[in-house]
Design a protein around this ligand. Structure first.
Ligand SMILES: [Zn+2]
Ligand SMILES: [Zn+2]
Length: 381
């Protein structure tokens, strides 16, 4: 019989003394959980001040070093969790610490803002790329090594430098990209008064319902945007850059033409920014999207036949990148496969994976050449 998560956690915490010595990863795992829990509590105290209304705590919150303390705790938790995951055959301690620290990071980490302010917290800050790097890199790099779909593929595979550059650049340009993509929604918000009833209705829905609705509506917008980029030859020139990756891993998803990123974010954020969702729903959604897009590209094993019917899993998006004919122009959704079922573009045979990734055309390598590619390509054809 398989034991539950709590039983596994308890068993590993109470492991016999010889399985707890130095070098077994037990101490690293234990202190990782401790630090992650401390970090998570501090973030929660900043985020929901009314839950922790004791004046003594308020004094601590006002202390200037509080945010630095959050930062140090979370970085320490990530590092120790990684160490434990590498050293220890049982992964439950490291994985628990990783999940707690990630939860704290998604809530805003050291830059957490009180709930329902208009401030976007980490997502507009320059430290976003650090947080993004730490959260995605430290999480996915070890997980991919533990459960690889292609074990022979290494972390430093071909073109990893190019993709890391894409990753860092788009994280650092997040402020500019956000500014550019806010333009259409602020137009809608100031000119379309007839939406105000909808906005009031949406903002009064329960938080989780709003979150699910935000995922569904952005995915619907994203689906048609994505399909259009596959259909129109000039637009395909931009999107071909994303599909030119021949190896799939958490970093590969970052490869995307700058113009496509701006247009994609502009279109998909429209329902998010104009329909009256709470700021915290939008922030949580943006956080989710960054982690989710690394996840669906990740080199992770597991067929997930049943889960894959409801949620996009790595195998689903790997088929979208397949070199084989049966995967071409299939699986455009990024959250819910049901959208592909409705519009007749679904392809996910049980337990089957594509044999390779990429596009037949010769997309050049290197960031600058890929930025120029859509314009060069048009002239040649
Ligand atoms: Zn595509
Ligand atoms: Zn992709």
């Amino acid at each position: 019989m398989r034991s539950t998560y709590w039983e596994q956690l308890k068993r590993d915490l109470e492991a016999p003394i010889e399985a707890r010595g130095l070098g077994t990863g037990w101490f690293a795992g234990f202190f990782a959980i401790l630090l992650a829990f401390v970090g998570l509590s501090m973030v929660a105290a900043m985020r929901w001040p009314s839950w922790f209304a004791m004046p003594e705590l308020d004094a601590i919150r006002q202390w200037g070093g509080f945010r630095s303390a959050i930062h140090v705790s979370l970085i320490g938790a990530y590092a120790l969790a990684l160490l434990s995951l590498m050293l220890r055959p049982h992964k439950v301690l490291g994985a628990t610490a990783l999940a707690l620290a990630l939860g704290a990071t998604i809530m805003g980490g050291a830059a957490v803002q009180p709930q329902e302010t208009q401030d976007w917290g980490i997502f507009f800050g320059l430290d976003f790329f650090v947080v993004n790097m730490v959260a995605s890199g430290l999480m996915f790099a070890p997980i991919e090594r533990l459960f690889p779909h292609r074990p022979e593929q290494r972390l430093f595979r071909t073109e990893w430098r190019e993709d890391l550059f894409y990753f860092l650049l788009s994280s650092m340009l997040v402020q500019l990209i956000t500014f550019l993509t806010l333009a259409p929604s602020s137009f809608v918000n100031t000119h379309w008064d007839w939406l105000s009833g909808t906005r009031a209705a949406v903002s009064s829905l329960p938080w989780l319902v709003q979150f699910a609705l935000a995922m569904m509506l952005t995915d619907l917008a994203q689906y048609w945007f994505h399909r259009l980029f596959h259909r129109v030859p000039f637009l395909w020139g931009f999107h071909a850059v994303h599909h030119s990756a021949r190896s799939m891993d958490w970093l590969a998803g970052a490869r995307m033409h700058f113009i496509e990123i701006v247009l994609l974010r502009g279109v998909t954020s429209l329902p998010l920014l104009t329909l009256g969702f709470l700021p915290s729903v939008m922030q949580a959604y943006v956080g989710l999207v960054y982690v989710y897009s690394s996840l669906v590209h990740a080199n992770l094993s597991g067929d997930f036949d049943r889960l894959g019917k409801w949620l996009v899993i790595p195998r689903f998006h790997h088929w979208h990148h397949a070199i084989e004919a049966e995967g071409v122009d299939k699986n455009f959704a990024i959250h819910f496969p049901v959208i592909d079922r409705i519009f007749g573009t679904h392809y996910l045979p049980d337990g089957k994976w594509p044999c390779g990734y990429g596009v037949p055309e010769a997309v050049p390598s290197g960031y600058v050449a890929q930025m120029k590619y859509p314009f060069r390509r048009k002239r040649n054809t």
